[in-house]
Ligand binder design. Structure first.
Ligand SMILES: *[C@@H]1O[C@H](CO)[C@@H](O)[C@H](O)[C@H]1NC(C)=O
Ligand SMILES: *[C@@H]1O[C@H](CO)[C@@H](O)[C@H](O)[C@H]1NC(C)=O
Ligand SMILES: *[C@@H]1O[C@H](CO)[C@@H](O)[C@H](O)[C@H]1NC(C)=O
Ligand SMILES: *[C@@H]1O[C@H](CO)[C@@H](O)[C@H](O)[C@H]1NC(C)=O
Ligand SMILES: *[C@@H]1O[C@H](CO)[C@@H](O)[C@H](O)[C@H]1NC(C)=O
Length: 401
């Protein structure tokens, strides 16, 4: 900017301040016709209009604005302003008009004023979250969800949310989230659950003693009531009954009870032993790396109802090679409630001899079967359990292995 102009502006600024702002009440210059002199008159305050200019002998006369009129500054106008008569469509009266303030209209909740109309606030689509919520004057501001955040809804309020931290809740991440989807965590942090093995071979071996030979209708509730510690609630018992076949119900109940009581000393011991068993089984099975074709063979050789080809394919996709057999055995057991998995496997091994089945695999299976048979800890617990559970459950006849 030109130096001279700049100085002139500064000077002007100072002079304006001196004449208008640094005096109170604010004043204005008025030519008095009576004396032909320039007078400094007071301006009129908000809420009034100028009735008479000042004279050499008298101050300015201001009068209050009539109803529905206002003035909101110090001024020298001889009339007040008319208040905005009606609000626009979809507006409500936020502040009524009085002598010092115009009527204030505002768009209804969820809308903002764009030129003459109250428009709906924008909703941010999935993948975008709200950065600034809309106000009566301003539309919503959306923002693409950055890494680690998501929004799975169309909303004018919801910001991007952080992906669920699976590991912080002791869960496993099974599907990584993106801008539109949350992380998907799976049931529990135990490695056997990556591909969703529900009841493991070890849990089956461990809890099998508690499965009755004859199921009475209230069997599960009796067992739930008899287990020590934190009870499995009636709602969960009902859910288990709805979702699982009779033998599976026992496993599911004991598994849930184990989970709910994992802080108890005795349960801690049970969990420890089951973990030990599972790491052993995994070790035996870690060499069993089968093709889809071989897995199908193996499943066909098991007695009873067959696991579908579709389930076999799903399993090969979802599970590590070392876990595929375990998962398929658990699927087979669920389909064949009355069968003992180990007996089924022994049966299958005899049949597999006629195929050219990899020796490493049949040996792994044999080792696993032998290990689970020799896994005698359960007998100890069986006794302990029976003592804990008491006569009630014995009266519905628990079958012992
Ligand atoms: C006029 O309304 C404004 C707000 O709209 C309020 O602050 C002020 O006190 C009111 N004046 C009188 C005299 O009621
Ligand atoms: C959005 O994600 C949350 C958290 O994962 C979930 O509870 C909710 O059902 C999802 N909503 C929709 C519409 O998908
Ligand atoms: C998840 O939680 C764990 C433990 O609380 C923490 O170490 C980790 O950094 C968190 N991950 C993310 C992505 O926030
Ligand atoms: C986000 O993940 C979901 C499911 O995990 C998928 O269907 C979708 O295509 C992914 N979106 C993008 C942009 O990658
Ligand atoms: C399992 O077999 C596949 C192909 O047959 C091979 O790519 C893979 O490395 C094997 N995995 C192990 C752990 O042996």
């Amino acid at each position: 900017m030109n130096k001279v102009l700049c100085c002139a502006l500064v000077f002007l600024d100072i002079s304006i301040k001196w004449t208008t702002q640094e005096t109170f009440p604010p004043k204005y210059l008025h030519h008095d016709p009576e004396t032909s002199r320039q007078l400094m008159c007071d301006k009129c305050p908000p809420g009034t209009y100028l009735k008479q200019h000042c004279t050499a002998r008298r101050k300015t006369v201001c009068a209050p604005c009539p109803d529905n009129y206002y003035t909101d500054t110090w001024h020298i106008s001889d009339e007040c302003l008319y208040c905005t008569p009606v609000c626009k469509e979809l507006q409500y009266i936020k502040q009524e008009c009085n002598r010092t303030h115009n009527r204030v209209c505002e768009c209804e909740e969820g809308r903002y004023l764009e030129v003459e109309f109250c428009l709906k606030h924008r909703s941010c689509p999935p993948g975008f979250g709200v950065l600034h919520t809309g106000t009566p004057e301003r539309n919503t501001v959306c923002k693409r969800c950055p890494d680690g955040f998501f929004s799975n809804e169309t909303s004018s309020k919801a910001p991007c949310r952080k992906h669920t931290n699976c590991s912080a809740s002791g869960l496993l991440l099974t599907q990584r989230g993106n801008a539109t989807h949350d992380n998907v965590c799976s049931g529990s942090g135990e490695p056997t659950h990556i591909c969703g093995i529900d009841v493991t071979l070890c849990e089956e071996a461990f809890f099998r003693f508690a499965v009755p030979t004859k199921f009475t209708p209230d069997w599960l509730s009796v067992l739930a009531d008899s287990l020590p510690g934190t009870k499995v609630n009636a709602e969960s018992v009902e859910r288990i009954k709805r979702r699982h076949s009779s033998q599976e119900q026992t496993f599911q109940l004991l598994k849930l009870w184990k989970h709910q009581n994992k802080e108890q000393d005795m349960v801690k011991k049970i969990i420890q032993d089951i973990d030990l068993c599972e790491s052993n089984v995994r070790r035996h099975m870690s060499h069993a790396n089968l093709t889809s074709e071989q897995l199908r063979r193996l499943m066909e050789s098991l007695p009873g109802k067959k696991v579908s080809t579709e389930d076999i394919e799903k399993t090969t996709k979802a599970c590590q090679p070392s876990e595929q057999i375990l998962k398929l055995l658990s699927l087979w057991r669920i389909k064949n409630g009355d069968q003992d998995t180990l007996k089924g496997l022994i049966h299958a091994l005899k049949h597999l001899k006629t195929y050219h089945f990899p020796k490493t695999v049949t040996q792994s299976l044999k080792k696993t079967i032998r290990f689970l048979h020799g896994f005698t800890m359960y007998r100890l617990y069986q006794k302990l359990f029976l003592e804990m559970i008491g006569n009630q459950v014995q009266s519905v006849k628990i079958s012992c292995l």
